[in-house]
Ligand binder design. Structure first.
Ligand code: CA
Length: 438
């Protein structure tokens, strides 16, 4: 039996009945069913799944008795409006819930039941507010793109861009969970910076605000302290993925990062898409781990698993778009700045998780880790302005004629992601979207 099974919920011929679910361009066909925490008006946040242009309210559906018997534990775990308790139940429960939701939202559902559900359980996405659907205990950010690590390293060490540990260790640092948010604004951080010609540092607004285009992975089930997660089992501990923008203040980062790494240059905000796409939904889009170049070391045994090597990567296109104040006021659309592909990552999500727990550190339901900036060998397909503009030396030009080395106030950054594969319905991640304010 394969480690990553497909079933009828991945069938490309299946369709959902809610509005917009049949649209070939939707991020949310019935094969996706991503989770969110949403609210309408002044009501409290509750858990739902996205389908077409609608949100299906899990708690309202439970109260109205639409779910079949046998899901008592799963539905009880969903009542808090956050996913942690549900995630802690493990993969069998996740799959049971996916199958039940698929049943309710499929075109095969009987007409009268559909009408009743539409009245009580469906809300338009456009009318909803969103929050992070998980209480995040700990957040870690990895550095798993060898192309990103090489690009950034080359700015500081042109002759020796990659440090000697890179191909052995999935590099990461502990981030800040309190400032991970679904946020429509990013407030320009203030901090300490020192330009090369300055005699002393000063405190003031960041002048080199940047994005980092990443995927975030949520830990579903953790491990007991002192008991690492085996690489072959790591995928079963992962619940799902989201888009993640690791906002970065490059001038603050350059001054503070030695010797202990990123600190205040990163911790002011990390933006997520409202949607958590489950690993079950992503199963058709698995691809082999990036092949290692001749001469690269093989991963050490605790990071090496045959299934993970053959299908631990994901073919996901991620895009960053930008719109200036001027473009918005003229009613112009976003410019696409870069599209990159997650399949180029050097380390798999399972390797990152197994490494994180390999010292005995306990991971908990709801922990989040970022993949690191998703770049590729193509210099135009990279996940940060730092790389696109060569640290500000080669500004990009927008369709409005404006140029950018780094972000200015009023700039609007939108990240999207889509998994596409011949023979399967494409699924997407919605958008992580924020405007820079001073
Ligand atoms: Ca990052």
């Amino acid at each position: 039996m394969t480690a990553y099974p497909l079933d009828h919920t991945h069938d490309t011929n299946a369709y959902g009945w809610p509005t917009g679910a049949e649209d070939p361009q939707t991020d949310f066909p019935i094969q996706n069913l991503p989770f969110c925490s949403f609210a309408v008006g002044m009501e409290p946040f509750r858990l739902g799944v996205g389908i077409g242009r609608m949100i299906f309210d899990i708690t309202a559906a439970e109260q109205a008795g639409f779910f079949p018997e046998g899901l008592e534990a799963e539905l009880a775990a969903c009542r808090s409006g956050r996913l942690n308790a549900f995630m802690a139940l493990g993969p069998a429960s996740w799959r049971r819930m996916r199958h039940a939701l698929f049943e309710l939202l499929s075109l095969a559902t009987l007409g009268q039941k559909r009408t009743d559900m539409a009245t009580t359980c469906l809300f338009p996405m456009a009318a909803a507010r969103f929050d992070v659907p998980v209480t995040i205990g700990d957040y870690t950010d990895f550095y798993a793109s060898i192309d990103h690590a090489t690009n950034v390293g080359a700015m500081f060490r042109p002759d020796n861009p990659l440090l000697p540990n890179y191909k052995w260790v999935p590099i990461g640092y502990h981030g800040r969970a309190s400032s991970v948010a679904v946020a429509d604004q990013v407030r320009r951080p203030h901090g300490q910076t020192k330009r090369p010609d300055d005699a002393e540092p000063s405190y003031g607004p960041c002048r080199q605000l940047d994005w980092e285009l990443e995927l975030g992975f949520f830990v579903g089930t953790g491990n007991a302290p002192g008991h690492p997660i085996a690489i072959g089992a790591a995928h079963q501990h992962l619940f799902g993925a989201t888009l993640l923008n690791d906002w970065s203040a490059r001038d603050m980062q350059a001054w503070e990062y030695q010797p202990l790494g990123p600190f205040l240059a990163k911790s002011f905000l990390t933006t997520l898409s409202p949607w958590v796409v489950t690993m079950d939904a992503l199963a058709p889009f698995r691809v082999p781990a990036r092949p290692r170049a001749d001469g690269d070391p093989a991963p050490l045994p605790y990071l090496s698993d045959a299934d993970d090597q053959s299908a631990g990567g994901f073919g996901i296109d991620v895009t960053v778009e930008l719109r200036s104040t001027q473009m918005r006021e003229k009613g112009e659309e976003f410019d696409t700045i870069a599209t990159t592909d997650f399949s180029h990552m050097y380390w798999t999500a399972a390797q990152m998780l197994a490494h994180h727990a390999s010292n005995g550190c306990d991971m908990r339901s709801g922990d989040l880790f970022g993949s690191g900036t998703i770049s590729t060998p193509d210099p135009s397909a990279v996940g940060s302005l730092l790389e696109l503009t060569k640290r500000g030396q080669a500004p990009i030009t927008l369709s409005s004629g404006e140029t950018r080395s780094f972000l200015v106030d009023g700039d609007e950054v939108r990240m999207t992601g889509r998994a596409v594969r011949e023979g399967y319905r494409a699924i997407g991640f919605g958008a992580a979207r924020s405007i820079v304010v001073g």
